[in-house]
Write a protein that binds this ligand. Structure first.
Ligand code: CS2
Length: 488
């Protein structure tokens, strides 16, 4: 079968949309760190939609770890298929906005010179929560993080996104080029501030003059939303048949997409609003809504669903009681903690979320969402719990989500089989909770993780009691029965 490439674009079936511009004329204006499936289904698709207006905003996609994406996409000129799927069927589109691919560990110098190039005006990021090398509870740079220690000692051989950014900013300054705009697209509250804070601190540790420079960089906050499960081999085969061409790495996603961005781009930006992005003065309220309602529900669904034997989110949603549990969590426990959101109908937003979670065509694995819980819990569930405590209100379902993480992260499923727990602190969590069978022992051991729970929740007696109660049910009755007790 012929491989997807620029040359093969005229062979696309009529039903498959291709770029409405000539990809060969596109030049790099954005360097994206962390070129995974999410970026390709979200920012790269928004950018693809506006390149016809200005082809100087092409994307150089950088992998910070493995060469896989570069190896898959380079032979096809960066082109890939975006498959938008739901119960009704699928819609395919070939995206052409990624025009260069680099693998950082193989050639850090190539990445640094691309970032330092005056044509690069935006450096965007999807490096996941752990990529920020910060303390999730406080947001401060973890100065003992092995990558940070390494990058401070070897600035030209950076490993972390932060190390690359600061070295590239230094090179731009040295040659009189204005700083690029930093555009974080990760699921962290006030993500622009979090990024700026770790970048400035890292710069300060390198050289105080660099810290002053880092302090001037624009780092708008963004809220990003689109559900993008990992691509499977079955997806690859199906896409090849529909396309009539081989695509080594198509991306699967849902119809819904949302992008809210603070409009602070000193060197300009693509006209993303023409593709449906919303520019707002204050993104934090949108972030809070999304992180607490969508991602908080997602993590709860993932831990409880996995433990109850559900492989995908849609299967987890179909467990008796689950929909009522998630609906109640969102409406009764999360919504009252949200600030006023002008122009947003929260009841409709929640109903749409339940619908998105039910999407039968997505096959979003609970195991995938369960990853990196130590980095996700603070902004997804713990902040909400803090607000509920302050208001003297209940948070049983949120506590059940956290207890399910504890049950999961211990590393043994309900049949006693090992769980492949992926978390930067996996070994530490196992070390803390191993060999303890009693719920209060497990809770006490894991609550010592102040970098996750903060000093306040780590020592809160009501919080501890709520977790012990929920974990006791999970250990005695199992996840499926616990969820079933929420059925109306
Ligand atoms: C998910 C998110 O993997 C996860 O933790 O909760 O990736 C989620 O699908 C996106 O934030 C949706 O916008």
């Amino acid at each position: 079968m012929t491989r997807l490439s620029r040359q093969a674009l005229d062979r696309l079936p009529n039903a498959v949309k291709g770029p409405n511009y000539d990809p060969a004329r596109v030049t790099v204006g954005i360097v994206h760190l962390g070129i995974g499936a999410f970026h390709r289904a979200h920012q790269a698709a928004f950018t693809d939609a506006v390149l016809a207006d200005d082809p100087s905003w092409g994307i150089c996609g950088v992998s910070l770890r493995s060469p896989d994406t570069r190896d898959a996409l380079q032979p096809q000129d960066g082109l890939y298929t975006l498959a938008v799927v739901d119960g009704e069927g699928s819609q395919l589109q070939v995206i052409g906005s990624v025009v260069e691919l680099l693998c950082a560990p193989e050639d850090p110098e190539a990445v640094l010179s691309r970032m330092a190039d005056p044509a690069t005006r935006i450096v965007s990021l999807t490096i996941t929560e752990k990529g920020y090398c910060h303390n999730p509870a406080t947001g401060a740079l973890d100065e003992n993080h092995p990558d940070i220690v390494h990058d401070l000692a070897n600035p030209r051989q950076a490993r972390s996104a932060i190390g690359f950014i600061v070295e590239a900013l230094a090179r731009r300054a040295a040659s009189g080029v204005e700083p690029f705009t930093l555009l974080t697209c990760d699921n962290l509250p006030s993500n622009g501030h979090v990024l700026k804070r770790v970048v400035t601190r890292f710069a300060e540790l390198r050289d105080p003059a660099l810290a002053a420079l880092a302090g001037t960089v624009a780092s708008p906050s963004t809220m990003v939303d689109r559900i993008v499960p990992a691509t499977t081999d079955a997806d690859r085969s199906r896409i090849a048949v529909a396309l009539g061409l081989e695509d080594a790495w198509p991306v699967m996603t849902e119809p819904f997409r949302q992008w809210v961005i603070e409009d602070n781009f000193p060197l300009g930006r693509p006209a993303w609003e023409k593709a449906g992005a919303l520019f707002a003065d204050d993104v934090s309220v949108f972030e809070m809504m999304k992180l607490r309602l969508l991602n908080g529900s997602h993590s709860t669904l993932a831990y409880l669903g996995y433990l109850a034997g559900a492989e995908t989110v849609a299967e987890a949603m179909a467990l008796p009681g689950m929909e009522a549990l998630i609906e109640g969590l969102m409406r009764e426990e999360v919504t009252p903690t949200l600030p006023p959101l002008p122009g947003i109908d929260l009841a409709a937003y929640r109903a749409e979320l339940l619908d998105r979670f039910r999407n039968p065509a997505l096959r979003h694995r609970t195991w995938q969402i369960a990853m990196d819980g130590s980095q996700k819990l603070p902004q997804r569930l713990l902040g909400t719990i803090r607000d509920r405590m302050k208001a003297g209100a209940g948070y049983d379902r949120l506590a059940l989500g956290v207890a399910a993480w504890m049950r999961y992260a211990r590393g043994l499923d309900e049949a006693g089989r090992a769980i492949d727990v992926r978390d930067p602190h996996a070994a530490r969590i196992t070390g803390l909770a191993q060999g303890i069978g009693e719920p209060d022992g497990i809770v006490a051991a894991l609550l010592t993780m102040t970098d996750v729970f903060g000093p306040d929740l780590s020592t809160s007696e009501p919080f501890r009691l709520a977790l012990v109660k929920a974990l006791t049910r999970l250990l005695e009755d199992g996840a499926a029965a616990t969820v079933r007790s929420y059925a109306p």
